[in-house]
Design a binder for this molecule. Structure first.
Ligand code: C2E
Ligand code: CA
Ligand code: CA
Ligand code: CA
Length: 281
């Protein structure tokens, strides 16, 4: 038993070593990815059901690795966070997305009021330079702060309540809009909604999925979120809408803003104009 135990543990150590050196390699490659032009921002439209218009976009990062191919954000955002690379990468995403929003705003057909949502990492929220970075991007691009939506998750809010609160109030004072991403999945008490200057709740896909087949409990949860939002004068966006059945249900409940593959996958900026021309709801 002793020998096999030792054998197993050294095998485990070898595997761990392999994993950590892979990770280290990926971290080095990620550090160069930005300069090498391997990172891209894709945009997913957010649809206003009642007017059948595009209300805005969410910016989502993509990494086209030269040999490994497309690496999903879930596989490299954690590495970017642990290494601190998320700060320059996040700043780059913000600048790209704001500049892109300005280009679309200047194209008359898509008109006024278009919003651009950008995901914030907890590491960025803790970064004392965040406010200055946001301000710099707004100044350099000329984007109206009200058009910029920063998405934070409930867990970010719970873990660092005091710091988060100060930073969020400062961002809000600039006119930037704040959204709670993955709402309902963070095991958070709702008390933070009293003090946090948030304007939008994004209902997590896990509550939207079971609306197919009219799952009554999920329906009740979505209805409760919508009525909570209404009482607090917040907007609601349903995430991960994939079917007409879900869309109809959401419209009936009163969720007018929807995002999901039903309307469009995240697309590179250059594909958005043709998507817009073809989009009919
Ligand atoms: P998220 O912010 O919750 O983004 C929504 C995710 O759901 C995106 O995955 C999007 O492509 C996907 N999605 C949208 N509609 C549908 C649908 O109808 N069905 C399905 N199955 N999926 C849908 P993506 O792009 O892989 O991003 C995953 C996560 O990575 C994001 O989740 C966000 O947490 C993080 N992320 C992405 N870009 C950034 C970024 O620039 N900065 C930071 N900090 N995090 C990012
Ligand atoms: Ca998001
Ligand atoms: Ca989300
Ligand atoms: Ca998520």
């Amino acid at each position: 038993a002793m020998t096999s135990g030792r054998g197993q543990s050294s095998l485990y150590a070898a595997e761990t070593h392999q994993a950590s050196s892979d990770r280290f390699k990926l971290e080095l490659e990620l550090a160069r990815a930005l300069d090498n032009g391997e990172l891209r921002v894709f945009y997913q439209p957010i649809i206003e059901l009642s007017t059948r218009d595009v209300s805005g976009f969410e910016a989502l990062i993509r990494w086209h690795h030269p040999t490994r191919g497309l690496i999903p954000p879930m596989d490299f955002i954690p590495i970017a966070e642990e290494s601190g690379l998320i700060v320059p990468i996040g700043q780059w995403v913000l600048r790209e997305a704001a500049a892109q929003a300005m280009r679309w705003l200047e194209m008359e057909e898509h008109g006024r009021g278009l919003t651009m949502a950008v995901n914030l990492s907890i590491v960025q929220l803790r970064d004392p330079g965040l406010l200055g970075n946001v301000l710099e991007v707004l100044t350099k691009t000329g984007l109206d702060p009200h058009s910029l939506h920063l998405e934070i998750t409930e867990s970010m809010v719970i873990h660092d309540f005091e710091t988060a609160l100060d930073t969020l109030h400062a961002l809000h004072a600039l006119g930037v809009q704040l959204s709670v991403d993955d709402f309902g999945t963070g095991y958070a008490a709702l008390g933070y909604l009293r003090t946090m200057p948030v304007q939008t709740l994004k209902i997590d896909k896990s509550f939207i999925d079971p609306l197919v087949g009219h799952d009554p409990r999920s329906l009740s949860i979505v209805e409760a979120i919508v009525s909570l939002a209404r009482a607090l004068d917040l907007d609601v966006i349903a995430e991960g809408v994939e079917s007409v059945e879900q869309m109809v249900e959401l419209q009936r409940i009163g969720t007018h803003l929807c995002q999901g593959y039903l309307f469009s996958r995240p697309l590179p900026a250059e594909e958005i104009p043709s998507w817009l021309r073809e989009f009919r709801l």
